[in-house]
Write a protein that binds this ligand. Structure first.
Ligand code: CA
Ligand code: CA
Ligand code: CA
Ligand code: CA
Length: 266
């Protein structure tokens, strides 16, 4: 009898937890389908990015907007919180204040259309966004590496095998202000971060599959940021140019005949 009542209790508990799961799932599905998904994607993403930056300011906000979404707002814009409170925003600094104050329970649910943006994808300034479909289409089309995943959902924007968060080599929490080789292309968009002629994705000299983790000469600078990874006094590009013809072996600028024997890489 005691055994029977214990079994009954377990079954009852299982039924109760199953029922509550179903209710929660239904509620979260309802929440996900209400409001303006595009502006919530933008503001949630900016909240996440700004909270990682040591000293976020209006410039870092604009840079992160351009990196992830390909545009900056032309102000004013009017946003509405999930509790229906409206706020008019006249500058990136004002937007930053709003973004910093967002929480899981206090978020932006919509933006008033139309509004204007400076669109980096099309290089058109003052582009009008007239509805949510246009906003969604604009952010979905911003795909730096062309791999089909828009930047805001891509954790390796330039597809160089180094994750976006690991492109923050100055460790200020901002992934959009690092340019190791000073060529004007930030590391998060640069497929050759140290500009040594060897693509970042090909700088995994220890072959462990982790480009960011390798440091062949143990000088504290990882190989993909070190123009002379083995510290032999010869730049990596020369190390990787066996026949010295100026074409780097087995790289994106492929030397199809590594040893210049007129026989393709044999
Ligand atoms: Ca992509
Ligand atoms: Ca990357
Ligand atoms: Ca660069
Ligand atoms: Ca390189």
């Amino acid at each position: 009898m005691k055994k029977f009542s214990k079994l009954t209790s377990i079954i009852l508990l299982a039924i109760i937890s199953l029922t509550s799961c179903t209710k929660e799932d239904t509620e979260s599905n309802i929440e996900e389908t209400t409001g303006d998904v595009a502006i919530k994607t933008i503001t949630d993403n900016l909240k996440s990015k700004m909270s990682q930056i040591t000293q976020p300011d209006d410039l870092s906000l604009d840079r992160n907007m351009i990196q992830d979404f390909g545009f900056t707002f032309i102000y004013p814009i009017n946003l509405t919180y999930n509790n229906d409170v409206k706020v008019s925003i006249n500058s990136s600094s004002e937007l930053l204040n709003i973004i910093n104050g967002l929480t899981e329970t206090s978020y932006i649910k919509s933006i008033d259309y139309p509004f204007n943006i400076d669109d980096q994808n099309t290089s058109r300034t003052n582009t009008s966004i007239d509805n949510e479909a246009e906003l969604q289409s604009s952010i979905d089309s911003h795909d730096s590496d062309g791999d089909g995943t828009p930047n805001y959902a891509d954790d390796d924007d330039d597809n160089d095998t180094v994750a976006d968060q690991d492109e923050d080599v100055n460790h200020d929490g901002d992934v959009t202000n690092d340019d190791t080789d000073n060529d004007g292309v930030t590391n998060i968009n640069d497929t050759d971060d140290d500009g040594d002629g060897v693509a970042t994705a090909n700088e995994d000299y220890d072959g462990d599959g982790d480009v960011a983790g390798g440091d062949a000469d143990n000088d504290g600078t990882p190989d993909y940021l070190d123009t002379d990874s083995d510290n032999d006094g010869m730049e990596d590009a020369q190390d990787n140019d066996a026949d010295g013809d100026g074409n780097i072996d087995d790289d994106e600028n492929n030397d199809s005949d590594d040893d210049n024997d007129s026989d393709s890489n044999n």
